[in-house]
Design a protein around this ligand. Structure first.
Ligand code: HEM
Length: 345
């Protein structure tokens, strides 16, 4: 091999470009280098998260991800990697907090009107997970191209990404496809409660099982169960999708449900970690700038708190816990259901 053909560490990683990209606007004595490096490190990890999410989305968009085979386990594995990256991103806030508010003031005005608000990759992550423009807190901040907001091009990119299949949308379709409640699988099931001929057996039972599990003051939850699992669904989840997800959570101890359950809990983990990040970032912003407005021109801590409250993506999944019952109340599943689910594709 010639000298030139040998791969060299710095070339492979294109370090000249990466390490040549820190240009503080203030003098060398400020903490601006740390500020730049932290943001760049975030953006690199955002890139990796987007990469993982794209793989998971493409696995689910085939329309027949096999719950007990390779695809599902790859999807869960990739999402768990996203969880690990988000844990690191949460930790990183502590490094930036070694900068004091006065250290920040030394160079803050030089950053105007740019802001982390304009992180396109962060918005792409939110959009690919399933956050829609109109669900965003102060959606107008995104739409108008004032200083501190998005360039027209970035705004269009966010909209384009949003129009593609989101992870949330794909998960809903996957849940709707599950065959658990096909009546032919429930023939041998002995009903404990009388049911009309056209009522699906499990769901006829569950209404009663749930009601029996509620304490006196909780009785009105039975109406919520009726609304969400029998009539309207919840948020973007249809009745069928909500039913499938609750069923997986109820019977998660069965080996066949372990991967689907892992998938759902990992999505909840991602939502939790993102909101932990938003919270830590808000506290950091408050600590650095108090109640000043942000460099991007929002109200600052007030805006960040609004986004924190409103930008949960998989909130329907966490709501499921309201409708669980003690394991001892669960009916034994018919053999046909268990067998069918072992080959669920
Ligand atoms: C001194 C440290 C920081 C302060 C004081 C700060 C402050 C703020 C403020 C006030 C906003 C609201 C928009 C505005 O008006 O500017 C914001 C948004 C944002 N910042 Fe920071 N930030 C800091 C560091 C970081 C870092 C290290 C990142 C990492 C990428 C980051 C990412 C973001 C993101 C993604 C948003 C949008 C959040 C959302 O809409 O939920 N910020 N920041």
């Amino acid at each position: 091999m010639t000298e030139e053909a040998k791969l060299y560490y710095a070339d492979y990683l294109e370090l000249e470009k990466i390490l040549g990209s820190q240009h503080p606007k203030s003098s060398n004595k400020t903490d601006e280098m740390l500020f730049i490096v932290i943001h760049q490190a975030y953006e690199l990890w955002f890139k990796q998260i987007i990469h993982e999410l794209d793989i998971v989305r493409s696995l689910f968009s085939t329309g027949n991800v096999n719950d007990n085979a390779g695809e599902m386990s790859i999807a869960v594995h990739k999402l768990k990697r996203v969880v690990k990256i988000l844990e690191v991103l949460n930790q990183q806030i502590g490094i930036l907090e070694t900068m004091t508010p006065m250290d920040f003031l030394e160079f803050r005005n030089l950053l105007l009107p740019s802001s982390g608000f304009q992180s396109l990759q962060f918005r792409i992550i939110e959009a690919k997970l399933g956050l829609k423009m109109d669900q965003r807190y102060k959606a107008n901040y995104y739409k108008n191209t004032r200083p501190g907001g998005f360039s027209r091009q970035d705004y269009e990119t966010i909209n384009q990404v949003e129009a593609e299949a989101t992870l949330k949308g794909l998960i809903i379709k996957w849940a709707e496809r599950t065959p658990f409640f096909d009546e032919s699988l429930w023939k041998e099931y002995q009903s404990l409660y009388p049911a009309a001929a056209d009522t699906q057996k499990f769901w006829n039972e569950y209404k009663h099982i749930y009601q029996d599990s509620l304490s006196g003051v909780e009785q009105r939850q039975a109406e919520e169960l009726e609304r969400i699992f029998y009539k309207e669904g919840l948020g973007e989840f249809s009745v069928d999708a909500m039913r499938a997800v609750l069923f997986i959570m109820l019977y998660r101890n069965l080996p066949i449900f372990q991967l689907p359950f892992d998938l759902l809990s990992t999505l909840i983990d991602i939502d939790e970690l993102l909101s932990q990040w938003r919270y830590k970032h808000m506290l950091m912003a408050r600590r650095m700038i108090g109640m000043r407005v942000g460099t991007g021109g929002t109200s600052g801590a007030g805006y960040l708190d609004g986004a924190l409250q409103q930008h949960y993506i998989f909130k329907e999944l966490t709501e499921i816990s309201t409708f669980l019952v003690e394991r001892s109340r669960l009916p034994e599943l018919p053999k046909a259901v268990k067998e069918r689910m072992s080959f669920n594709s």
